[in-house]
Design a protein around this ligand. Structure first.
Ligand SMILES: [Zn+2]
Length: 236
């Protein structure tokens, strides 16, 4: 498959809130982008797994993904088991991403931080030659963590000003989650509320790099800079 970027997330509609603008921006730069959702959201208050997968396919078109898949692991009780790691590692070998986007390693929802841990360990396993005789080893070059819902300083922020509205359209494709119903009203805000909330968060991060909307990421390794004169973002 040879993807340039693969985002791995716990639930359908996660990437649309955390790194969808970046995925869209990369697709516009002609990179091949994909999303692998680990669960189909079968424990969700609203919608069925079938509806959420159908909605995630619509969202995939808005994000211009070349590939989107779902591993159907158990929602709300995602576990970092050997079998889950192996399944994910084999998928990574098939898709051969250069960059993998994972959820940040601390989160309110256990599925989110487990997805980050599971993703990291699967990326490691995927590079082992003897892991599985039927697939070629592949280890992603770069792992970046989407930190939008973590209260931590980003390592870098991607300007998504030109992609923000389409990311919102992608998110609102999940009609079962963001449409108007009485079910789970407090946890499931309507369209106006979600627009304001995500708009405020993206403005907050955009403001840190002097643009309208941004998406934050954390990396564990240091960043290399070859030209300090051309470094973006004003200090003063
Ligand atoms: Zn989620």
């Amino acid at each position: 498959m040879n993807l340039d970027v693969l985002a791995i997330a716990a639930h359908p509609d996660d990437v649309e809130q955390t790194c969808g603008g970046t995925l869209l921006r990369m697709a516009e730069m002609s990179y091949r982008t994909g999303v692998l959702d680990l669960t189909a959201g079968d424990m969700g208050t609203r919608g069925t797994p079938e509806t959420r997968i159908a909605e995630s396919d619509v969202a995939a078109k808005h994000l211009q993904l070349v590939w989107r898949g779902n591993l159907h692991l158990p929602d709300a009780r995602l576990e970092n088991t050997l079998s889950a790691r192996m399944t994910l590692a084999v998928k990574i070998r098939e898709l051969k991403p250069r960059v993998v986007i994972l959820p940040y390693w601390q989160a309110r929802h256990p599925d989110h931080y487990r997805a980050g841990e599971l993703g990291y360990e699967a990326c490691f396993l995927a590079g082992l030659k003897k892991l599985d005789p039927y697939s070629e080893p592949h280890r992603p070059f770069k792992i970046i963590y989407s930190s939008v819902y973590a209260d931590v300083k980003p390592s870098f922020i991607v300007d998504i000003s030109a992609q923000f509205e389409r990311r919102m359209t992608a998110l609102l494709s999940y009609v079962s989650q963001f449409g108007h119903t009485e079910q789970g009203g407090a946890l499931f805000p309507g369209e106006q509320e979600i627009r304001e909330r995500l708009g405020a968060i993206a403005r907050f991060y955009g403001n840190q790099i002097g643009v309208r909307y941004g998406e934050p990421f954390v990396i564990k390794e240091a960043m290399e800079v070859g030209d300090i004169v051309a470094m973006p973002v004003r200090s003063i």
